[in-house]
Design a protein around this ligand. Sequence first.
Ligand SMILES: [Zn+2]
Length: 199
Amino acid sequence: MPEMTDMEVQEQLKKMLVESKAWLEGHFKLTSGRHSGNYMQCAMLLRFPKYAAFAGGEIAKRIAHLKPDFIVSPALGGLIIGHEVARALDVPFLFCERQDGAMTLRRFPMPVGKTFVAVEDVVTTGGSVKETAEHMIAGGCKWVGSACIVDRSGGTQQLGPDLVSLFKVSFATYDPDDCPLCRELGTPPIKPGSRPDKK
Ligand SMILES: [Zn+2]
């Protein structure tokens, strides 16, 4: 099969996000309390291993030139995709998790002197990725790159221009007292995840 262009990968991924119901369009109440016409839950995409493998393989192609010694992800969001990227590159996969509020490499020895790429499913501010990377740097590792499936930052993430992503999107959110969807639709927003998924 010929290599897919970035645009084709983006189209393919969009189809997968919609088909897996990871990306919903409608009228939603977010955890923050704000309303939005879009909702994305990447775990819904990654529950299908073939989609996870596709995304992991495409990220791997884009970071292979960095030649990382290992991949590290912040738990929980980065676990599945980080593992898929590491599998495609045939390097170890490690993860950090919160312990007493701080991202910590709890279950593995620190690979001192080795290089890593930090991988996350969705980046908004980039906070968890940055925290994970800083923990690894403090342990003596070298940060050579960052990657995610979906960059939702709208260019405001703190990871610099080197963040590799397969899909860039930013959704408008609205104050619940001034929501155009409430006005247009006249119906209250749905809280995602509160209704059973028939698929
Ligand atoms: Zn609304």
